[in-house]
Design a protein around this ligand. Structure first.
Ligand code: FAD
Length: 403
């Protein structure tokens, strides 16, 4: 019997919801993911069912129509969804970050305006830091907002790699508001930019925000990644996250706070993807025979399975620890960085080992592992690359152990 520890035990509520999502993945996502991946088309019917299951409002408080669950439970759900297909978790990931930003920093008016419709999935959120010339070095952002005589801000510049960039209605966008600020991060503000979902060229009050055709990617298909072009887009001052008085030039700190949480989320995606690769490897290795016996009976293959299973469990434990600490209000930046680094690398490792175990069939589009192998590298990049995680971990370690 498995021993329950704070890092493996689930409450009745967590068990019920993860079992429900597990079943949803088995019945709705796994049988259909290959189709949407090969077509690179948005999985609308799956997303509609996710709305019905309430998955867009998992962490949004009940008073706004959400489930009001914690990060630990959310991470369990993300792991299950990612076991099916990481693009599905991509549809809710930026939405989750947007709702966190609103819940933590938004004014009451902003919360009431957006959260109830976000909880149902009626409107979806994206978040945008990256630009064509930067990703890791967020403080180098060039997109700028300038206050106009009527009090509104005019935004100009180009954003890159915006997940849900086309179909979202809100984009939490980090821009420069004080180009002379020193240090640079003090001059940045997060604007809640409204847009028409599914529209390339916004018009009327939303004119000046255009979405070029989606970027073609090696994996992570189905969910769109786009550029955003701001060309004289006008954003009212009340759409500064937290309001103009409290939110102006506070965007960097707000976004970094949300990224901490986002790292736990990406780490959970790594666990789900690695778990699925392990499941496929366990099955295939017992079916495929070479030299008169199933390949699972060759010790070299067993060692691969052993390494994969160990990585999956270790990654899951790191994710759980980081999420539990965040939920408890403890400082968890170091732990979130470790979870993100380890779990995303575990995802890549398990995807490759599973592909190797499949031999030539692993290279065929007929087999699920081919998609997983293309999807896995994204997790090494989004929400900070492995190199950036190591920088964060190293810096935090030295801060905590200063002599
Ligand atoms: C499919 C996809 C979806 C994405 N979705 C979003 C999104 O929704 N919103 C958003 O804002 N961004 C998004 N991104 C962007 C992502 O966050 C960036 O790609 C990532 O942060 C890396 O930035 P970069 O691509 O500019 O690489 P760079 O920052 O140019 O880095 C290039 C290489 O140099 C390394 N490097 C950089 N600086 C250092 C350093 N100081 N020391 C050592 N090595 C270093 C990096 O690790 C990397 O290996 C997405 C990206 C992809 C691919």
């Amino acid at each position: 019997m498995a021993v329950a520890t704070p890092y493996t035990d689930k409450t009745d509520e967590q068990r019920a919801i993860t079992e429900m999502v597990h079943q949803f993945v088995d019945e709705q996502i796994l049988p259909n993911a290959e189709h949407y991946d090969h077509e690179d088309s948005f999985p609308e019917p799956i997303v509609e069912q996710m709305k019905e299951l309430g998955l867009f409002g998992v962490t949004i408080p009940e008073e706004y129509g959400g489930m009001g669950l914690d990060l630990t439970t959310y991470a369990m759900i993300v792991e299950e969804l990612s076991r099916g297909w990481i693009s599905i978790s991509g549809v809710i990931n930026t939405h989750f970050i947007g709702s966190y930003l609103l819940m933590k920093f938004g004014t009451d008016e902003q919360k009431h305006r957006y959260l109830p419709r976000m909880a149902t999935g009626e409107i979806r959120a994206a978040f945008s830091l990256s630009e064509p010339e930067l990703g890791s070095d967020v403080q180098a952002i060039k997109t700028s907002a300038k206050k106009q005589d009527d009090g509104a801000y005019e935004i100009n510049g180009q954003k890159m790699w915006v997940t849900n960039g086309l179909l979202s209605s809100l984009v939490f966008t980090l821009v420069k508001t004080d180009p002379d600020a020193e240090p640079r991060h003090r001059g940045m503000t997060c604007f809640i930019c409204e847009k028409e979902p599914g529209v390339g060229e916004n018009t009327g009050d939303l004119a000046g925000l255009n979405v070029p055709p989606k970027i073609k990617k090696m994996g992570y298909k189905g969910v769109e990644s786009t550029e955003l072009v701001f060309d004289g887009y006008r954003c009212p001052a009340e759409n500064i996250l937290g309001g103009e008085d409290d939110g102006l030039n506070k965007g960097f700190v707000q976004m970094m706070d949300a990224l901490d949480l986002g790292r736990v989320n990406v780490a959970a995606r790594g666990v789900g993807l690695a778990q699925r690769a392990l499941e496929l490897a366990l099955r295939y290795s017992q079916e495929r025979k070479t030299f008169g016996k199933p390949i699972a009976e060759h010790q070299a293959i067993q060692f691969k399975l052993a390494d994969m299973a160990t990585q999956v469990d270790a990654a899951r434990l790191l994710v759980r620890r980081a999420a539990l600490m965040k939920d408890a209000g403890e400082r968890s930046d170091l732990e979130a960085g470790m979870a993100k680094l380890f779990a995303s690398e575990a995802g890549r490792f398990c995807a490759e080992e599973c592909l190797r175990i499949h031999g030539g069939y692993g290279y065929s589009k007929e087999y699920e592992i081919e998609r997983i192998y293309r999807d896995a590298p994204l997790l090494l990049i989004g929400e900070g690359t492995s190199e950036i995680q190591r920088m964060v971990i190293g810096r935090k370690l030295l801060q905590r152990h200063k002599i």
